[in-house]
Design a protein around this ligand. Structure first.
Ligand code: NDP
Ligand code: ZN
Length: 351
């Protein structure tokens, strides 16, 4: 079968691979809608997780089930399903400890386009099908549903990591599709002021629609100065990091009140260390917590987040700015993601 792959660091192309084999607990799926991700760009062009050869890319999909293993109870061929980017091993000790995204070792729940072929193939394999697939709700647009694979759960996990409470002031650094979902999640969690940091006009517009109260353009001046000024010098209760680089942590610490929390979901593609400014961290005594996490993945999360869409509490489809038709357009969509034109938020490929 055909797939679009990372051939080596910095190199992608079409390859032929053996059709995946379904184990007793697994499923084989055929994509209906696919989306490239900024993480694919970090993986290929920054070599962020190291060398990968001839590995099919992609981890965001809505698909049709083609085959299920003998022990799969909840799904059958022909079902339309949402595929989470993170597909943990649910019987692992890490999952029993509440950290299923690290099943089998750090980041081990992230299998697609990391440890095994991803979803940019004519067919792909899903481990633990009962634990990792979610039925596409009746009537849900599969394009919007594809945002449930990764953009919605990752952005929302940023809000969980930052532990947002009613009335908290929140800064969301980065308002690409992930950060935009962090803005939406902050609003749903009852944040008061939401300071959204970005620069692209359509992201800024969408941030307002998802609930941002203040827009900060990091290209127009230091965000620490801008946010400290807007908060009367106190800073914010919570920060979600969904963009920037290793230096962004210094800014996040600086704008955080003592007792504040940072939730990072940004995938740091390069640099050996993040920076924590000593004074602003209270010389180590400021009670400023940094939590960084891979989104948890799995079926229940997909089902719950999908219910926010079906009840009209969240419109994730607004993230999609570019739509391609046909499997062969994966390359074009991925390269668009790499080049990030100013009007791009999220592209999808409808097969
Ligand atoms: P985008 O590249 O679309 O968005 C990044 C955002 O950060 C943009 O708003 C950009 O602004 C802003 N930004 C860039 N540099 C700075 C800076 N120096 N200071 C402040 N803001 C800055 O990325 P995505 O939304 O697609 O993804 C965000 C991150 O989340 C990526 O690193 C991705 O790999 C990661 N990710 C993590 C997952 C997880 O499970 N933890 C899962 C999926 C993705 P501008 O408007 O100028 O572009
Ligand atoms: Zn992704």
């Amino acid at each position: 079968m055909k797939g679009y792959a990372m051939l080596a660091i910095g190199k992608t192309g079409w390859i032929e691979k053996e059709t995946p084999v379904c184990g007793p607990l697994n499923a084989i799926c055929r994509p209906i809608v696919l989306a490239p991700c900024t993480s694919d760009i970090h993986t290929v062009w920054e070599g962020a997780i190291g060398e990968r050869h001839d590995m099919i890319l992609g981890h965001e999909a809505v698909a049709e089930v083609v085959e299920v293993g003998a022990l799969v109870k909840s799904f059958k061929p022909g079902d339309k399903v949402i595929i989470p980017a993170i597909t943990p091993d649910w019987n692992s000790v890490e999952a029993q400890n509440g950290y299923q995204m690290h099943s089998g070792g750090m980041l081990g729940g992230w299998k697609f386009s990391n440890f095994k072929d991803g979803v940019f193939g004519e067919l792909f394999h899903v481990n633990d099908a009962d634990g990792n697939l979610a039925l596409l709700p009746e009537g849900m647009d599969p394009v919007a549903a594809c945002m449930l694979s990764d953009m919605v759960p990752t952005g929302f996990h940023g809000a969980e990591l930052a532990d947002i409470q009613f009335g908290d002031s929140v800064a969301v650094i980065g308002i690409g599709p992930v950060g935009l979902m962090s803005v939406a999640a902050s609003a749903l969690r009852g944040a008061s002021h939401i300071y959204a940091v970005g620069s692209r006009p359509n992201c800024i517009q969408l941030a307002k629609e998802y609930g941002a109260t203040d827009l900060i353009n990091y290209r127009e001046g230091d965000i620490v100065e801008q946010i400290m000024k807007k908060t009367g010098g106190t800073g914010v209760d919570r920060v979600i990091i969904a963009g920037g680089d290793v230096d962004t942590f210094a800014q996040a610490i600086s704008i955080l009140k003592p007792g504040g929390k940072i939730g990072n979901v940004n995938y740091l593609g390069d640099g050996d260390y993040i920076k924590i400014p000593r004074n602003e961290w209270g010389c180590g005594m400021g009670h400023k917590v940094i939590a960084g996490g891979l989104m948890p993945g799995g079926r229940l999360r997909m089902e719950k987040l999908a219910s926010l869409i079906t009840t009209g509490r969240l419109d994730a489809g607004k993230l999609v700015t570019h739509r391609f038709e046909g499997f062969d357009k994966i390359e074009e969509a991925l390269l668009l993601m790499k080049n990030k034109p100013a009007d791009l938020i999220k592209p999808v490929v409808v097969i």
